[in-house]
Design a protein around this ligand. Sequence first.
Ligand code: ZN
Ligand code: ZN
Length: 155
Amino acid sequence: MVLTLSKMVVSFCFTVLPEIIRLIVLAIFVSWKSYRLVRSNYKYMAMINKKSSKFICRKNPDSEFQECAICLSEFVEGEKGRELECKHLFHRHCVEKWLQEYKATCPLCRCSIVSEESLAEYRRVKNEQNDSIIEKELALILLSVLHGGSCRHGF
Ligand SMILES: [Zn+2]
Ligand SMILES: [Zn+2]
């Protein structure tokens, strides 16, 4: 009985404990990465907000801009739009996607909205998040811990 207990303690220290520590370290790493992504997103959107303003599309036959130059669809009343510093108008989601994934400049006049470095930095953090090797490893460890748990239950 004592032997079984000490064996259990030894096996706990040498097999379960390192797994738990690894799990905790990975969990901290993953949350730190998500925090960085959220912060980078927030910072980048703040820069876009500084150089543009949001608006809701209203029918205005006198307006020079009747359609969004990114998706080439006409502005429909009530749609969310964004006006860049250069006075060019786009759908909000179209121009945000453009500035986040393609270029740091206005699609029409190519004036700079955010700096190239900010775009590069934003995309770097985003891509880091996409290669989810760490997350996969975390899932594998979680699985093995769960599996180990059910085995011990069988004893
Ligand atoms: Zn559009
Ligand atoms: Zn422009």
